[in-house]
Ligand binder design. Sequence first.
Ligand SMILES: Cc1cc2nc3c(=O)[nH]c(=O)nc-3n(C[C@H](O)[C@H](O)[C@H](O)COP(=O)(O)OP(=O)(O)OC[C@H]3O[C@@H](n4cnc5c(N)ncnc54)[C@H](O)[C@@H]3O)c2cc1C
Ligand code: FES
Length: 291
Amino acid sequence: MRAGPGLSLTDRVLAPPARRTCEVVARRETGRYVVFTALDSVGPEPAPGQFYMLTASGWGTHGGRPFLPRAFSVAAAEATDDGVRLEFLLEAVGPGTSVLAALDAGSSVSMLGPLGRPFSTPSEVNPGAAGALLVGGGIGIAPIAILRRHLREAGVPARTLLGFRDERHSGGLELFGACQELGLAFEDGHRGHRGYVTDLLEVALAGNGSSTATVYACGPPPMLEAVRRICAGRGVVAELAMESPMACGYGACFGCAVPLAGGGYMRLCVDGPVVRADQIESALVAGSGHS
Ligand SMILES: Cc1cc2nc3c(=O)[nH]c(=O)nc-3n(C[C@H](O)[C@H](O)[C@H](O)COP(=O)(O)OP(=O)(O)OC[C@H]3O[C@@H](n4cnc5c(N)ncnc54)[C@H](O)[C@@H]3O)c2cc1C
Ligand code: FES
């Protein structure tokens, strides 16, 4: 359900109150990662940047872990007659992600969502915006993929810059299809620019389009912090999709608190996970990021 009438494509979509069980209808491996698709016959279509708290059968079997659900950004969503097909891109880094990465078509996943604050449109955050500059790194390309699709459907000009460690860590790149406005950076230099995706961002912002660009980014904390600093240095408006350890996902536990630039804290699950870059003092959040 939408939060109210007359709101834009990117307004926060509210989750149904109860956790629900959804069928896993597809699973594929892509590089080091897994993409699985769940059919949500109850829930509304999520907005780009929102996330779900997931669990599955097998939870708690790794010496009692994981105990709590785990948070995942939605990478793609498509409304069908049978419900919303939700795609998740995930990396098995621990007990919860290992259970989810092993789910086959025909099995089920338990979910709560969509949760959190989504990305804004460029004109919502920057009235003078000429378009969007999307920056994704590693597994963080998931919310960038769905954002890019929404912007394209809304006719918003968007350029996408993606960075990866190496080919195996570029799983999910196919979520971007035949995207012509795509810049690639690989740390091992086997394709595209040799180095970081933030090198490409600096070049993109060096032109005279800098003042009208709106930057959207998701990736490892050091990448997000570099994006935050680059944009702050040039006065460019940016939104960052961040991570922090989340226990509940709906504002009750305060486990996801992130320091604000002006003092105090925000709960990333309800005030984020998408935040204005100038709201936070640093994107280097304790306990976040895949090692
Ligand atoms: C809003 C949000 C969206 C996310 N979207 C995705 C996604 O699309 N795909 C994906 O693979 N992962 C995503 N994550 C991260 C994912 O939730 C963690 O990797 C997961 O919780 C790890 O659980 P685990 O039981 O497998 O491993 P754990 O044993 O809990 O952790 C294993 C390692 O993962 C790291 N880690 C733990 N919790 C987090 C966390 N919250 N964020 C980042 N790293 C963590 C730690 O460094 C730890 O060493 C997201 C996290 C948040 C908060
Ligand atoms: S995860 Fe519980 S308050 Fe944010």
